[in-house]
Design a binder for this molecule. Structure first.
Ligand code: PMP
Length: 404
């Protein structure tokens, strides 16, 4: 079910805002998506009527909060087809990946061995590996594709006898390229290599069935799929998570503590020290309810049609450098010849009410490969329309004239 303009404006109040007299056109979805009112209402309801700390209390509010929190986990588990104990709440993809690198780093699974990543990663799936390699004594192998375009055969040729783990994005936040994670996982498993997928962009646009695709570990963020900021998920196969050591230590993640030792809690608590973001989890559940109502298939189809349309229109402009490969989704990354991307973004906002991102997009190794320091990015979700893309094209033509 896709929504009418009227429903969209009712469900996403930001879409009713204007910049000067221009209705906002929100094309910054790869950074964060808009929040529907069922999400803000769910969070408000939690804080207004049920707010209490979870798992620890015998009183009514604590029981209600615990039930809401654990129901959220169940919904998310169902959404990705995982077991509930396999869903670890985190602050978002960045924290999920840090959790993973610290935890697997402390284990002896990758000690002295190779971890294969790529230079098309967001810094979240790059810097933790790079920085912690020395601390935990593993090697990082970087697949650095020419022109920033991922190629499966080239990628696979970087796998060696010593490769024990692959950590790769499912979809680039810069080029929108969709990575063949199914093929990577199949190939890796034949060689006993584990695979972690950074699903920050992939999951909101394609959903995922972790059992069917057989991914070992997955990270994603709530705020890129209609949920609130500050909540995300780390998924791992139960049998693997059970063997990994905790990341954070403290309350909630213990079974028994003595002066000599600590016995850790079972999954998922073992990886969730401290008071969790219960309101965030409740909000993420509401976001998933909303996505389910729209339907993932509809979201995919809409993305495809809109991306194809935008690519066709932008390719027709002779003053644009485009950085997308053919198989990109929902993201158009470009520069206007001889105009700084920050100027482009500012003028689009001020004169046309259009929100696009500009800068290095937290992917400097990839931008280096693309031969630039800074770009503009228009990124779509299911509430964006072809008329809005037309406005973007109008804005870009205006900018070209302005700087003539
Ligand atoms: N990975 C990718 C591919 C992303 O696009 C992002 C966010 N731009 C992240 C990781 C980091 O997500 P977060 O900031 O929610 O932790």
């Amino acid at each position: 079910m896709m929504l009418s303009k009227k429903d969209l404006i009712e469900n996403f109040p930001i879409l009713n805002r204007s910049i000067e007299d221009k209705k906002i056109i929100y094309f910054d979805n790869a950074a964060t998506t808009l929040t529907p009112i069922n999400v803000t209402n769910a969070i408000k309801d939690f804080y207004d009527y049920h707010n209490a700390n979870v798992h620890r209390g015998a009183h009514l509010l604590s029981n209600e909060a615990t039930e809401m929190y654990e129901n959220a986990r169940k919904s998310i588990a169902k959404f990705i087809n995982a077991k509930t104990q396999e869903v670890i709440f985190t602050r978002g993809t960045t924290e999920s990946i840090n959790l993973f690198v610290y935890s697997i780093g402390k284990s002896d699974w990758i000690k002295g061995k190779d971890v294969l990543i790529t230079t098309i990663e967001h810094h979240s799936n790059f810097v933790p590996w790079q920085q912690l390699a020395k601390t935990f004594d593993f090697n990082v192998i970087y697949y650095n594709p020419e022109n920033g375009i991922f190629n499966l055969d080239e990628f696979i040729s970087n796998i060696t006898e010593d490769t024990k783990l692959i950590s790769i994005t499912g979809m680039s936040n810069v080029t929108g390229q969709v990575i063949p994670i199914r093929e990577i996982i199949n190939y890796a498993h034949e060689k006993d290599i584990l695979v972690h997928v950074d699903g920050a962009q992939f999951v909101p646009h394609f959903g995922i069935d972790v059992k069917e695709i057989d991914v070992d570990f997955l990270s994603f963020s709530g705020h890129k799929m209609l949920g609130p900021m500050g909540i995300g998920v780390f998924y791992g196969k139960k049998k693997l998570l059970k063997k990994l050591p905790p990341f954070h230590y403290g309350g909630e993640m213990i079974n028994w503590v003595s002066i000599e030792n600590t016995d850790f809690a079972e999954l998922p608590e073992k990886f969730q020290a401290g008071t969790p973001n219960v309101g965030g989890a409740v909000g993420l559940k509401a976001a998933i309810d909303y996505i389910n109502e729209i339907g993932m298939e509809n979201i995919k189809e809409h993305s495809k049609i809109l991306t194809d349309y935008a690519m066709k229109r932008i390719k027709a402009l002779d003053f644009i450098t485009l950085y997308n490969p053919e198989d990109s989704s929902s993201i158009i990354t470009f520069n206007v010849d001889n105009v700084h991307p920050h100027d482009v973004a500012q003028i689009l906002s001020d004169k046309f009410g259009i929100a696009v991102r500009s800068g290095h997009l937290c992917a400097q190794p990839l931008l280096t490969q693309l031969g630039t320091k800074s770009v503009c990015r228009a990124s779509f979700y299911f509430y964006n329309t072809e008329e809005e893309v037309d406005k973007l094209i109008e804005g870009l033509k205006f900018i070209k004239e302005w700087f003539k």
